[in-house]
Design a protein around this ligand. Structure first.
Ligand SMILES: Cc1cc2nc3c(=O)[nH]c(=O)nc-3n(C[C@H](O)[C@H](O)[C@H](O)COP(=O)(O)O)c2cc1C
Length: 339
Protein backbone atom coordinates (compact mmCIF):
# COMPACT_ATOMS: atom_id res chain seq x y z
CA UNK A 1 0.00 0.00 0.00
CA UNK A 2 2.73 2.46 0.91
CA UNK A 3 4.35 2.10 -2.52
CA UNK A 4 1.04 2.77 -4.21
CA UNK A 5 0.59 5.89 -2.17
CA UNK A 6 4.09 7.14 -2.91
CA UNK A 7 3.70 6.22 -6.58
CA UNK A 8 0.96 8.84 -6.74
CA UNK A 9 3.60 11.52 -6.24
CA UNK A 10 5.26 10.61 -9.52
CA UNK A 11 2.03 11.15 -11.47
CA UNK A 12 1.29 14.39 -13.31
CA UNK A 13 -1.42 16.62 -11.85
CA UNK A 14 -3.75 18.88 -13.80
CA UNK A 15 -4.87 22.18 -12.32
CA UNK A 16 -7.19 23.97 -14.67
CA UNK A 17 -5.52 23.79 -18.05
CA UNK A 18 -2.02 23.47 -16.56
CA UNK A 19 -0.26 20.13 -16.17
CA UNK A 20 2.29 19.70 -13.38
CA UNK A 21 4.84 16.99 -14.12
CA UNK A 22 4.73 15.40 -10.66
CA UNK A 23 3.21 16.01 -7.24
CA UNK A 24 6.13 17.03 -5.05
CA UNK A 25 6.22 20.81 -4.75
CA UNK A 26 8.57 23.44 -3.35
CA UNK A 27 6.70 25.68 -0.89
CA UNK A 28 6.79 29.45 -1.32
CA UNK A 29 9.18 30.96 1.24
CA UNK A 30 9.73 34.68 1.42
CA UNK A 31 13.43 35.50 1.41
CA UNK A 32 14.29 31.97 0.26
CA UNK A 33 12.50 30.81 -2.89
CA UNK A 34 13.66 33.58 -5.16
CA UNK A 35 14.20 33.09 -8.86
CA UNK A 36 17.70 31.47 -8.55
CA UNK A 37 16.45 29.03 -5.90
CA UNK A 38 13.30 28.05 -7.82
CA UNK A 39 15.27 27.61 -11.00
CA UNK A 40 17.50 25.08 -9.20
CA UNK A 41 14.65 23.24 -7.46
CA UNK A 42 12.81 22.90 -10.76
CA UNK A 43 15.93 21.72 -12.59
CA UNK A 44 16.31 19.04 -9.90
CA UNK A 45 12.79 17.81 -10.65
CA UNK A 46 10.30 19.53 -8.32
CA UNK A 47 6.80 19.23 -9.78
CA UNK A 48 5.96 22.86 -9.00
CA UNK A 49 7.79 25.83 -7.55
CA UNK A 50 6.05 28.94 -6.21
CA UNK A 51 7.33 32.50 -6.03
CA UNK A 52 7.86 34.25 -2.74
CA UNK A 53 4.69 36.06 -1.77
CA UNK A 54 4.26 39.42 -3.44
CA UNK A 55 2.32 42.18 -1.71
CA UNK A 56 -0.42 43.04 -4.19
CA UNK A 57 -0.43 46.77 -3.45
CA UNK A 58 3.34 46.97 -3.86
CA UNK A 59 3.23 45.12 -7.16
CA UNK A 60 0.40 47.28 -8.44
CA UNK A 61 2.42 50.38 -7.52
CA UNK A 62 5.36 49.06 -9.54
CA UNK A 63 7.84 48.53 -6.68
CA UNK A 64 11.12 47.10 -7.99
CA UNK A 65 11.38 44.32 -5.39
CA UNK A 66 7.84 43.11 -6.22
CA UNK A 67 8.60 43.17 -9.94
CA UNK A 68 11.72 41.11 -9.29
CA UNK A 69 9.72 38.57 -7.28
CA UNK A 70 7.39 37.83 -10.17
CA UNK A 71 10.14 37.47 -12.79
CA UNK A 72 9.82 34.18 -14.58
CA UNK A 73 12.63 31.66 -14.07
CA UNK A 74 13.27 29.33 -16.97
CA UNK A 75 10.74 26.70 -15.93
CA UNK A 76 7.61 25.20 -17.46
CA UNK A 77 5.05 26.40 -14.94
CA UNK A 78 5.47 29.80 -13.35
CA UNK A 79 3.31 30.23 -10.25
CA UNK A 80 3.16 33.63 -8.58
CA UNK A 81 1.78 34.04 -5.08
CA UNK A 82 0.05 37.29 -4.18
CA UNK A 83 -0.99 38.59 -0.76
CA UNK A 84 -3.21 41.45 0.33
CA UNK A 85 -6.60 42.41 1.59
CA UNK A 86 -8.00 44.79 -1.00
CA UNK A 87 -9.84 43.22 -3.91
CA UNK A 88 -8.80 45.88 -6.42
CA UNK A 89 -5.08 45.44 -5.62
CA UNK A 90 -5.36 41.68 -5.59
CA UNK A 91 -7.07 41.71 -8.99
CA UNK A 92 -4.55 44.18 -10.37
CA UNK A 93 -1.60 42.19 -9.02
CA UNK A 94 -3.00 39.00 -10.53
CA UNK A 95 -3.35 40.74 -13.91
CA UNK A 96 0.23 42.03 -13.75
CA UNK A 97 1.52 38.58 -12.82
CA UNK A 98 -0.41 36.95 -15.66
CA UNK A 99 0.84 39.61 -18.10
CA UNK A 100 4.38 38.82 -16.95
CA UNK A 101 3.86 35.17 -17.81
CA UNK A 102 2.43 33.58 -14.66
CA UNK A 103 0.75 30.28 -15.57
CA UNK A 104 -0.93 30.06 -12.17
CA UNK A 105 -1.76 32.71 -9.55
CA UNK A 106 -1.78 31.62 -5.91
CA UNK A 107 -3.48 33.56 -3.12
CA UNK A 108 -1.71 33.65 0.25
CA UNK A 109 -4.08 32.90 3.11
CA UNK A 110 -1.49 31.20 5.27
CA UNK A 111 1.19 33.67 6.26
CA UNK A 112 1.12 34.23 10.03
CA UNK A 113 3.59 37.13 10.12
CA UNK A 114 2.37 40.15 12.06
CA UNK A 115 3.17 42.55 9.25
CA UNK A 116 0.90 40.49 7.02
CA UNK A 117 -1.83 39.62 9.53
CA UNK A 118 -1.58 43.13 11.00
CA UNK A 119 -2.69 44.32 7.59
CA UNK A 120 -5.39 41.62 7.87
CA UNK A 121 -4.07 39.61 4.97
CA UNK A 122 -2.28 36.23 4.95
CA UNK A 123 -3.84 33.85 7.48
CA UNK A 124 -5.84 36.68 9.07
CA UNK A 125 -8.21 36.28 6.12
CA UNK A 126 -9.30 32.97 7.59
CA UNK A 127 -11.04 34.94 10.34
CA UNK A 128 -13.08 36.77 7.74
CA UNK A 129 -14.28 34.12 5.28
CA UNK A 130 -16.69 36.45 3.46
CA UNK A 131 -13.97 38.97 2.84
CA UNK A 132 -11.53 36.23 1.82
CA UNK A 133 -14.09 35.01 -0.69
CA UNK A 134 -14.51 38.48 -2.16
CA UNK A 135 -10.75 38.58 -2.80
CA UNK A 136 -10.77 35.12 -4.34
CA UNK A 137 -13.67 36.07 -6.62
CA UNK A 138 -11.93 39.26 -7.71
CA UNK A 139 -8.75 37.39 -8.60
CA UNK A 140 -10.55 34.58 -10.43
CA UNK A 141 -12.44 37.18 -12.45
CA UNK A 142 -9.28 39.16 -13.24
CA UNK A 143 -7.25 36.45 -14.96
CA UNK A 144 -7.64 33.58 -17.38
CA UNK A 145 -5.02 31.40 -15.71
CA UNK A 146 -5.87 28.96 -12.89
CA UNK A 147 -6.10 30.50 -9.42
CA UNK A 148 -5.09 28.50 -6.35
CA UNK A 149 -5.17 29.21 -2.60
CA UNK A 150 -2.69 28.35 0.14
CA UNK A 151 -4.16 28.36 3.63
CA UNK A 152 -3.76 27.05 7.16
CA UNK A 153 -6.25 24.90 9.10
CA UNK A 154 -7.81 28.05 10.53
CA UNK A 155 -7.00 30.90 12.88
CA UNK A 156 -6.84 28.84 16.09
CA UNK A 157 -8.21 25.60 17.53
CA UNK A 158 -11.65 27.20 17.93
CA UNK A 159 -11.75 28.28 14.31
CA UNK A 160 -10.77 25.35 12.10
CA UNK A 161 -12.65 26.58 9.06
CA UNK A 162 -10.31 25.48 6.25
CA UNK A 163 -12.83 22.91 4.91
CA UNK A 164 -15.56 25.54 4.69
CA UNK A 165 -13.35 28.16 3.05
CA UNK A 166 -11.96 25.54 0.66
CA UNK A 167 -15.50 24.52 -0.37
CA UNK A 168 -16.44 28.13 -1.03
CA UNK A 169 -13.16 28.75 -2.88
CA UNK A 170 -13.84 25.80 -5.15
CA UNK A 171 -17.33 27.15 -5.90
CA UNK A 172 -15.70 30.49 -6.77
CA UNK A 173 -13.49 28.80 -9.36
CA UNK A 174 -10.27 28.00 -7.47
CA UNK A 175 -8.35 25.12 -9.07
CA UNK A 176 -6.26 23.76 -6.18
CA UNK A 177 -5.94 24.24 -2.41
CA UNK A 178 -2.76 23.84 -0.38
CA UNK A 179 -3.15 23.37 3.36
CA UNK A 180 -0.37 23.89 5.89
CA UNK A 181 -1.52 21.66 8.74
CA UNK A 182 -1.23 24.28 11.47
CA UNK A 183 -3.42 27.11 12.68
CA UNK A 184 -2.25 30.69 12.46
CA UNK A 185 -1.87 30.88 16.22
CA UNK A 186 0.53 27.96 16.16
CA UNK A 187 2.89 29.86 13.88
CA UNK A 188 5.50 27.13 13.36
CA UNK A 189 5.26 25.45 16.77
CA UNK A 190 4.06 21.94 17.49
CA UNK A 191 3.62 19.41 14.75
CA UNK A 192 1.62 19.84 11.56
CA UNK A 193 -1.72 18.00 11.84
CA UNK A 194 -1.88 15.91 8.67
CA UNK A 195 -5.17 14.09 9.50
CA UNK A 196 -6.87 17.50 9.81
CA UNK A 197 -6.04 18.12 6.13
CA UNK A 198 -8.27 15.15 5.28
CA UNK A 199 -11.31 17.25 6.25
CA UNK A 200 -10.39 19.73 3.53
CA UNK A 201 -9.85 16.92 1.03
CA UNK A 202 -13.30 15.55 1.84
CA UNK A 203 -14.90 18.96 1.39
CA UNK A 204 -13.77 19.57 -2.22
CA UNK A 205 -13.20 17.78 -5.48
CA UNK A 206 -10.30 19.94 -6.70
CA UNK A 207 -6.73 18.79 -5.87
CA UNK A 208 -5.59 19.31 -2.28
CA UNK A 209 -1.91 19.66 -1.41
CA UNK A 210 -0.66 18.72 2.06
CA UNK A 211 2.06 20.87 3.62
CA UNK A 212 3.96 21.08 6.90
CA UNK A 213 6.87 19.15 8.42
CA UNK A 214 7.52 16.79 5.54
CA UNK A 215 11.25 16.13 5.23
CA UNK A 216 11.47 13.05 3.06
CA UNK A 217 10.05 9.86 1.70
CA UNK A 218 8.92 8.22 4.94
CA UNK A 219 7.10 11.33 6.11
CA UNK A 220 5.54 11.92 2.69
CA UNK A 221 4.13 8.42 2.88
CA UNK A 222 2.46 9.02 6.25
CA UNK A 223 1.38 12.51 5.25
CA UNK A 224 -0.37 11.23 2.13
CA UNK A 225 -2.00 8.34 3.97
CA UNK A 226 -3.32 10.56 6.77
CA UNK A 227 -4.37 13.55 4.68
CA UNK A 228 -5.69 11.81 1.57
CA UNK A 229 -4.01 14.66 -0.31
CA UNK A 230 -3.24 14.66 -4.02
CA UNK A 231 0.24 16.14 -3.65
CA UNK A 232 2.77 17.26 -1.07
CA UNK A 233 4.52 20.60 -0.66
CA UNK A 234 7.86 20.89 1.13
CA UNK A 235 9.41 24.06 2.48
CA UNK A 236 12.15 24.22 5.10
CA UNK A 237 13.66 20.84 4.28
CA UNK A 238 15.00 22.63 1.18
CA UNK A 239 17.35 24.82 3.21
CA UNK A 240 20.78 24.04 1.82
CA UNK A 241 19.23 21.33 -0.35
CA UNK A 242 17.32 22.74 -3.37
CA UNK A 243 17.12 19.19 -4.75
CA UNK A 244 14.86 17.88 -1.94
CA UNK A 245 11.54 17.85 -3.84
CA UNK A 246 13.20 16.49 -7.00
CA UNK A 247 14.86 13.64 -5.11
CA UNK A 248 11.54 12.72 -3.50
CA UNK A 249 9.74 12.81 -6.84
CA UNK A 250 12.35 10.54 -8.39
CA UNK A 251 12.18 8.11 -5.46
CA UNK A 252 8.41 8.04 -5.79
CA UNK A 253 8.87 7.08 -9.44
CA UNK A 254 11.10 4.21 -8.29
CA UNK A 255 14.20 5.82 -9.81
CA UNK A 256 17.71 5.59 -8.39
CA UNK A 257 18.32 8.87 -6.68
CA UNK A 258 21.41 10.82 -5.99
CA UNK A 259 21.01 14.35 -4.76
CA UNK A 260 22.89 15.81 -7.66
CA UNK A 261 24.46 14.67 -10.93
CA UNK A 262 27.56 12.56 -10.20
CA UNK A 263 30.01 14.96 -11.75
CA UNK A 264 28.93 17.86 -9.56
CA UNK A 265 30.75 18.72 -6.39
CA UNK A 266 29.44 20.93 -3.64
CA UNK A 267 31.95 23.76 -4.02
CA UNK A 268 31.03 24.14 -7.69
CA UNK A 269 27.31 23.79 -6.96
CA UNK A 270 27.24 26.35 -4.16
CA UNK A 271 29.49 28.74 -6.10
CA UNK A 272 27.16 28.61 -9.10
CA UNK A 273 24.16 29.30 -6.87
CA UNK A 274 26.07 32.18 -5.25
CA UNK A 275 26.90 33.71 -8.62
CA UNK A 276 23.27 33.39 -9.72
CA UNK A 277 22.19 35.31 -6.63
CA UNK A 278 24.72 38.07 -7.35
CA UNK A 279 23.38 38.43 -10.89
CA UNK A 280 19.79 38.36 -9.72
CA UNK A 281 20.13 40.97 -6.95
CA UNK A 282 23.25 42.86 -8.01
CA UNK A 283 26.46 42.40 -6.04
CA UNK A 284 25.71 44.65 -3.03
CA UNK A 285 22.34 43.14 -2.14
CA UNK A 286 23.28 39.71 -3.50
CA UNK A 287 26.25 39.26 -1.15
CA UNK A 288 24.02 39.92 1.87
CA UNK A 289 21.08 37.91 0.59
CA UNK A 290 23.25 34.89 -0.22
CA UNK A 291 24.56 34.53 3.32
CA UNK A 292 21.63 32.58 4.69
CA UNK A 293 21.91 30.08 1.83
CA UNK A 294 25.69 29.77 2.28
CA UNK A 295 25.15 29.19 6.01
CA UNK A 296 22.66 26.40 5.31
CA UNK A 297 24.95 24.76 2.76
CA UNK A 298 27.92 24.97 5.11
CA UNK A 299 26.02 23.62 8.12
CA UNK A 300 24.49 20.80 6.17
CA UNK A 301 27.31 19.68 3.94
CA UNK A 302 30.67 21.11 4.96
CA UNK A 303 31.10 21.05 8.72
CA UNK A 304 33.46 24.00 8.25
CA UNK A 305 35.51 25.21 11.20
CA UNK A 306 33.73 28.09 13.00
CA UNK A 307 36.41 30.60 12.00
CA UNK A 308 36.15 29.69 8.32
CA UNK A 309 32.36 29.80 8.48
CA UNK A 310 32.53 33.22 10.12
CA UNK A 311 34.86 34.52 7.38
CA UNK A 312 32.52 33.32 4.65
CA UNK A 313 29.51 34.84 6.36
CA UNK A 314 31.10 38.26 6.80
CA UNK A 315 33.23 38.54 3.65
CA UNK A 316 31.99 41.23 1.26
CA UNK A 317 34.22 40.54 -1.74
CA UNK A 318 32.65 37.83 -3.95
CA UNK A 319 36.01 36.53 -5.25
CA UNK A 320 37.09 35.88 -1.65
CA UNK A 321 33.80 34.17 -0.82
CA UNK A 322 34.26 31.85 -3.80
CA UNK A 323 37.82 31.05 -2.74
CA UNK A 324 36.74 30.31 0.83
CA UNK A 325 33.88 28.10 -0.36
CA UNK A 326 36.41 25.92 -2.19
CA UNK A 327 38.36 25.51 1.03
CA UNK A 328 35.24 24.85 3.11
CA UNK A 329 33.85 22.16 0.87
CA UNK A 330 37.21 20.64 0.03
CA UNK A 331 37.07 17.62 -2.18
CA UNK A 332 33.84 16.51 -3.87
CA UNK A 333 31.44 15.08 -1.31
CA UNK A 334 29.06 13.36 -3.64
CA UNK A 335 28.11 10.69 -1.17
CA UNK A 336 26.67 13.32 1.18
CA UNK A 337 24.50 15.03 -1.36
CA UNK A 338 21.60 12.64 -1.29
CA UNK A 339 21.31 13.03 2.49
C1 LIG B 1 11.18 31.67 5.87
C2 LIG B 1 9.78 31.29 5.47
C3 LIG B 1 9.08 32.09 4.57
C4 LIG B 1 7.79 31.74 4.18
N1 LIG B 1 7.14 32.51 3.25
C5 LIG B 1 5.93 32.12 2.78
C6 LIG B 1 5.32 32.82 1.71
O1 LIG B 1 5.85 33.79 1.16
N2 LIG B 1 4.09 32.38 1.31
C7 LIG B 1 3.47 31.30 1.90
O2 LIG B 1 2.37 30.93 1.49
N3 LIG B 1 4.05 30.61 2.89
C8 LIG B 1 5.27 30.98 3.32
N4 LIG B 1 5.89 30.24 4.27
C9 LIG B 1 5.25 28.99 4.76
C10 LIG B 1 5.74 27.78 3.93
O3 LIG B 1 5.29 27.89 2.59
C11 LIG B 1 5.19 26.46 4.52
O4 LIG B 1 3.79 26.53 4.54
C12 LIG B 1 5.71 26.21 5.92
O5 LIG B 1 7.10 26.46 6.02
C13 LIG B 1 5.43 24.75 6.35
O6 LIG B 1 6.05 23.84 5.49
P1 LIG B 1 7.45 23.11 5.87
O7 LIG B 1 7.25 22.49 7.24
O8 LIG B 1 7.66 22.08 4.81
O9 LIG B 1 8.49 24.16 5.93
C14 LIG B 1 7.17 30.58 4.71
C15 LIG B 1 7.87 29.78 5.62
C16 LIG B 1 9.15 30.12 6.00
C17 LIG B 1 9.88 29.23 6.97
Amino acid sequence: MSNNILGLLAQPLKIGGVTLRNRVFLAPMSGVTDQPFRQRAYAHGAGLVVSEMVASGELAKGRAESARRIRRPSIDVHMVQIAGREARWMAEAARIAADEGADVVDINMGCPAKKVTGGYSGSALMREPDHALSLIEAVVKAVNVPVTVKMRLGWDDDCLNAPDIARRAEAAGVAMITVHGRTRCQFYTGKADWPAILRVKQAVSIPVVANGDCNGLAEANVMLAQSGADAVMIGRAHYGAPWTAGVLARSAAGMQTTGLPDSTDMAAYVSAHYEDMLSHYGVGQGVRHARKHLGWYLDRHAGAAPALRQSIMTETEPANVLRLLKIAFGEPRRQELAA
